[in-house]
Design a protein around this ligand. Sequence first.
Ligand code: CA
Length: 144
Amino acid sequence: MEMDNKKMIIGIVVALLIVVAIFMYNKRKKETQARKTAMLLGEQANASNASNLDEAVGQTKGIEGYKPTAERLAYRLFAAMDGIGTDEKAIYEVFSGKTKSQIATIKLIFDEKYGKGESLENWLKDDLSISEYNKVMSIINSAV
Ligand SMILES: [Ca+2]
């Protein structure tokens, strides 16, 4: 019985250490990305594939008929970025093959329902590395 208690305490300590390690990792990643974003913003002026999301979607107001699909995709973006880690592939998939109006609609819904006060662009900048962010922006910029 005493052995079981010891094992349980060791288990709890190990679990706590893992939680702390994940927290530290996430914090560090966020800090690194904040630095990368600062660098990116400095480079943005002459990097065509790193342009502003609003510019890329042409300030369009989105399209009504696309809303149910856009709603699902906006949630998919949120699920891909919320919490620990990021599902980059899901993010690329959401934007791939979409028109500028469709992307604008997804962005409007994301900002309104899932952004928690932050724009989709800020979420992408926060969660993605520079090269991943550039890849997303090049997909968005190639939309017609
Ligand atoms: Ca995340």
